[in-house]
Design a protein around this ligand. Structure first.
Ligand code: GZL
Length: 320
């Protein structure tokens, strides 16, 4: 290597070294909601690998979907003096006091995958989807499928009080408004889990003439839809054929169901929100670069036209 090239490479490394060096030393606390869905499990797996890639020490807490456990975990991270905190807030309210404590300790907080109400001064940024848009995409797909046909919908909502559940419902309702032929017959929470999604769908089927009144299911996540598909098959119904399905996340099993003709559409959500969060935290800590208040992740619709088994294979290795 000649002297000129050597100097160029050395200069480039010197420019990168401080940020990389700082990332090596960073310790981040992650208050994770739980493992209620395949998507959430993937988010945890990806967060661990993204931290490892950057030499970041991750302190992980699984709150078993209970806000009080998340609040306790955040307090522990503050006591430990971590450099930053990632928070996936199970519900949108009740965070002011504990986030004030993190702010007083000068520990930046980044929200992952769900939002909180107000308190924008208490977190550095939010890496989340536009969940109203996710609901719009799902509703607009159903409007296109329905045409002028009467379609009665049953809705499996996410966790009560979660920002994404409120917003996915709002977005879907916005999309079908003005289309009198599409009506939501029943809407109930399945808490984002397969088991609860199956249980609630069984009750919808019983209440709606053995499911014969139901023309479509909208689930706020694929896991509840996978449970609902099982309930429909157990009742002798044909999900994906007699009853259209649309849900959110893009987990591998929904692509397998689409390929099998048992589901119709999903709105993809990346499980990698921690990568962008770690990078903006590293820049913020190294030179005070303030990130935008919202890092919005993409929402892409997938149907049987998008080679579902190829999509299934592509995601299987991602920690779902
Ligand atoms: C969405 C995320 C949701 C997923 C579910 O950003 O909060 O939580 O859609 C998960 O699978 O339970």
């Amino acid at each position: 290597m000649n002297r000129r090239t050597f100097l160029t490479v050395a200069a480039a490394l010197a420019a990168v070294r401080p940020v990389t060096a700082f990332a090596q030393a960073m310790t981040v606390g992650f208050s994770q909601i739980g493992s209620e869905s395949g998507w959430r499990a993937a988010e945890t797996t990806v967060t661990r690998s993204e931290a490892q890639k950057r030499g970041i020490t991750l302190r992980f807490n699984d709150a078993q979907q209970r806000q009080e456990n998340q609040i306790r975990a955040i307090r522990t991270f503050v006591t430990q003096g971590v450099d930053a905190i990632l928070l996936a807030p199970v519900v949108a309210t009740g965070w002011t006091a504990v986030l004030r404590e993190a702010k007083q300790a000068n520990i930046p907080v980044v929200l992952l995958d769900r939002n909180i109400e107000g308190n924008e001064d208490l977190y550095l940024t939010a890496v989340t989807p536009d969940s109203v848009h996710e609901g719009n995409v799902a509703g607009e797909w159903l409007v296109r499928q329905a045409g002028s046909k009467q379609v009665n919908v049953v809705e499996l909502q996410g966790t009560v009080g979660a920002s994404v559940a409120t917003d996915r419902k709002r977005g879907f309702d916005q999309a079908i408004a003005g289309h009198g032929n599409i009506r939501v017959l029943r809407s109930q929470t399945g808490d984002f889990t397969r088991a609860k999604g199956k249980e609630v769908m069984e009750s919808f089927i019983k209440a709606e003439n053995g499911g014969r009144n139901i023309g479509a299911v909208y689930a706020h996540n694929d896991d509840m839809m996978v449970g609902a598909i099982q309930a429909m098959k157990d009742a002798g119904l044909k999900p994906g054929q007699d009853i259209l399905t649309v849900s959110v996340d893009g987990v591998p099993d929904i692509f397998r169901a689409i390929a099998a003709g048992e589901a119709n559409a999903t709105v993809e959500l990346t499980p990698n929100m921690a990568g962008p969060a770690f990078d903006l935290l590293t820049a913020f800590k190294a030179n005070g670069t303030a990130p935008p208040k919202w890092i919005k992740t993409e929402s892409k619709l997938y149907t049987a036209e998008n080679e579902p088994m190829k999509e299934y294979e592509a995601r299987r290795g991602l920690g779902y």
